[in-house]
Write a protein that binds this ligand. Structure first.
Ligand code: DP6
Length: 325
């Protein structure tokens, strides 16, 4: 039996979104982004060297063997290519997601982060958070943020090789923060993030303004987090998501990730706010909605959205690898 590396990484949800790359091969983003990790939701991965003679990587997802020709296995094996001690080396990877099925939470972020942390253990590199975030980024951009719990800032950087493109955990802790996950539609999204953001960058005229929006929103969010200003935090996160979806709609052909239920949820959020319950919404490249609110408003929000899953990001984190600075 070969030695193994095992690690968990949380899913994350961006409050200031990553939508657009300055370089595709290395997943270098056009703009910096900011997220909150949603431990204990995430991915646990075990990786080991396959016995000599193995001709293919063996990939298991939630206990079932995944065919090497699937997009999932191919993306994973392409990432493993970066880490083979010799060209013939093969790996066995077993990965488990505890994200509620089809919740539309990007499991590629937690997946590549967990695999990176597991490889770090297997090979005994003992890398710090920032270099781990750089490696995870090569699998999927948003994975750079999933190597940490809590609020995470992913710096776009300027270096063409990505030397300064890394994530750091922010020191602020908001124990009262809650994230509600509304699975409004379980269908698989039609256009993945990579293709969607590239199409937007190539064809949307609004996309030119998006970078400046993100620079301003990122500063507002950082200030709000530092000041403990939930209203500014939630309003900025919601507005940033709406701006991202505006660029998506402006792509040619347009990208429409929302379903009728998505719009209904957004109206529900507004109605709650008008009635004095402070709740904000954010949406990624899919139809599902994530709600941001505080512990004190949980009952009020649940009254309108009885089926939501609630995460307390600072109460129940589960990330055994990169502890806060
Ligand atoms: C809308 O990280 O999945 O969720 O780097 O091409 O793998 P690749 O894209 P990915 O994009 C995430 C897009 C988003 C916004 C965000 O998480 O910041």
């Amino acid at each position: 039996e070969q030695p193994e590396g095992r690690a968990f990484a949380p899913v994350n949800i961006a409050l200031c979104k990553y939508w657009g790359k300055r370089e595709e091969e290395l997943n270098l983003p056009q703009c910096s982004s900011l997220s909150i990790s949603l431990g204990p939701l995430g991915t646990e991965t075990v990786v080991r060297r396959a016995d000599a003679g193995a001709t293919e990587d063996r990939v298991e997802l939630n206990g079932a063997c995944v065919d090497a020709s699937t997009p999932f296995a191919r993306r994973l094996c392409a990432f493993l290519d970066l880490f083979r001690p010799d060209p013939g080396a093969r790996f066995e990877v077993s990965t488990k997601n505890n994200v509620p099925t089809a919740a539309g939470l990007a499991s590629s972020a937690s997946g590549f982060a967990a695999l990176t942390l597991a490889l770090d253990r297997l090979f005994g590199w003992k890398l710090a958070g920032p270099p781990l975030s750089q490696l995870a980024r090569l699998g999927s951009g948003s994975a750079a943020r999933s190597v940490y719990d809590g609020f995470v800032l992913w710096h776009a950087g300027r270096d063409p090789g990505g030397a300064d493109c890394l994530a750091e955990r922010l020191p602020e802790v908001w124990p009262e923060l809650r994230v509600g996950i509304l699975t409004v539609c379980a269908e698989a999204k039609e256009t993945g993030s990579t293709g969607g953001m590239n199409r937007t960058a190539a064809t949307s005229v609004l996309f030119r303004e998006w970078a400046e929006r993100c620079r301003v929103d990122l500063q507002l969010l950082r200030d709000a987090i530092r000041a403990g200003d939930f209203t500014r935090f939630g309003a900025t996160a919601e507005a940033n998501a709406m701006s991202m979806h505006a660029t998506m709609l402006d792509a040619r052909p347009p990208l429409l990730y929302w379903r009728a239920e998505t719009v209904a949820a957004l109206h529900g959020v507004r109605e709650l706010r008008d009635a004095g319950t402070e709740v904000y919404a954010t949406i990624d490249a899919g139809p599902n909605v994530k709600l941001l609110f505080r512990e004190r408003d949980e009952a009020g929000v649940r009254g309108r959205f009885p089926d939501m899953d609630v995460i307390a990001p600072f109460r129940q984190p589960r990330n055994d690898s990169c502890s806060p600075r």
